[in-house]
Design a protein around this ligand. Structure first.
Ligand code: NAP
Ligand code: ZN
Ligand code: ZN
Length: 346
């Protein structure tokens, strides 16, 4: 499969057009025509090598949706024409305990990331969704339910599952208080999903610009992170906080927002250490936890949940060639709430 893409060739230059051939399809593979791909902040961290480990060229993109073109002889779950998605990983060892438990993202041998990684053969590079097509093993392909608009569904494959999974894992219940820190791509999915789960949702944002749209997403309260009075009024009231901030910040104030035994799940991945004072953590047996995307089964559950509750991303679509413009706007916090590449735009 010949594809057109945008690739980064080093950590400081803009992405450039790049044509390449996808790996030869195997009997369990699904060939997908990519129609939309969301732009996640992780794409930017990776291509700019902010996390280390970048091997160029890199075609980013792990919020992929499209249609099945062809299937291998042994594929049973998909047929040509099906609406499908691919998220942050395209394979895993399939035998370790997390893989057997459907938590492939925590594979002990390391999941095969959708881009900037190697297939299980250890030598074939993986390349992501800023491209016109992809070849993926059927066990790592998701079904996009009818009724979800395809373009707005793309960000569910990363932003959706990354916020859904900790809400499920940490047992968010109807009527509980959920705080969402940082209202970007992940944050705006967290607000919608938390609201649909019946939680009372408060946004903590460093910006005033999103106050009006936050309530449309389902947030009952909106607190500016410098508003000391509003922060004081919220102390020790939250059951769960989902922290999506992409930059290093001091977490002490957010820890104090938690009730006794409350949890702050950190999903944001800044390249620099974040800090906190241990006292408020210790005194009320509060917890700081991490969470990485979600497994294949849970991602399908999330997609079905979003379809059932009419939840999808709020997006701005762009042609593939405009990804560099989108990157600049994302790092300047100038998007509500997700860029999605539309492969049909020139
Ligand atoms: P995004 O759309 O850029 O949103 C990040 C938000 O963080 C911004 O909208 C902003 O919200 C807040 N923020 C940014 N810089 C800040 C600063 N200097 N001080 C305070 N707040 C700041 O990014 P995203 O795509 O949602 O991704 C968020 C983070 O999650 C990234 O680090 C990404 O790599 C990571 N991530 C992790 C996983 C996982 O599995 N754990 C999955 C996907 C992404 P306000 O304007 O509301 O303050
Ligand atoms: Zn992502
Ligand atoms: Zn494994």
């Amino acid at each position: 499969m010949q594809v057109q893409a945008m690739a980064a060739h080093n950590k400081s230059s803009a992405l450039e057009p790049y044509n390449f051939t996808r790996r030869q399809p195997k009997p369990h593979d699904v060939q997908i025509k990519i129609e939309y791909c969301g732009i996640c902040h992780s794409d930017i961290h990776t291509v700019r090598d902010e996390w280390g480990g970048a091997v160029y060229p890199i075609v980013p993109g792990h919020e992929i949706v499209g249609k099945v073109l062809q299937v291998g002889a042994k594929v049973t779950r998909f047929k040509p024409g099906d609406q499908v998605g691919v998220g942050c990983f395209v394979d895993s060892c399939r035998t370790c305990s997390p893989c057997r438990d459907g938590e492939e993202q925590y594979c002990e041998a390391g999941m095969t990331a959708t881009y900037n990684a190697y297939e299980r053969d250890g030598k074939t590079r993986t390349q992501g969704g800023y491209s016109t097509g992809i070849v993926v093993d059927e066990n790592y392909v998701l079904r996009i339910p009818e009724g979800l608009p395809l373009d707005r569904a793309a960000p569910l494959l990363c932003a959706g599952i990354t916020t859904y999974s900790p809400m499920k894992h940490f047992g968010l219940q109807p009527g509980q208080k959920l705080g969402v820190i940082g209202l970007g791509g992940l944050g705006h999915m967290a607000v919608q999903i938390g609201h649909a789960m019946g939680a009372h949702v408060t946004v903590f944002s460093s910006s005033e610009a999103k106050r009006a749209s936050a309530s449309a997403l389902g947030a009952q309260a909106y607190v500016h992170s410098q508003d000391q009075e509003a922060l004081q009024a919220n102390m020790a009231t939250f059951d769960l906080l989902i922290n999506t901030v992409s930059a290093p910040i001091d977490q002490t104030m957010y820890i104090q927002l938690l009730k006794k035994d409350g949890t702050m799940a950190i999903v944001g991945l800044p390249d620099q250490p974040t800090t906190f004072v241990p006292f408020p953590l210790v005194l009320q047996r509060r917890r700081i936890a991490g969470s990485l995307i979600g497994g294949i089964a849970e991602t399908q559950e999330m997609l079905d949940f979003c379809a059932q509750h009419n939840i999808s991303a709020h997006i701005e679509t762009i042609p593939l060639r405009d990804v560099n413009i989108a990157y600049e706007r994302i790092v300047h916090n100038d998007i509500q709430y997700r860029f999605v590449i539309d492969m049909s735009l020139d």
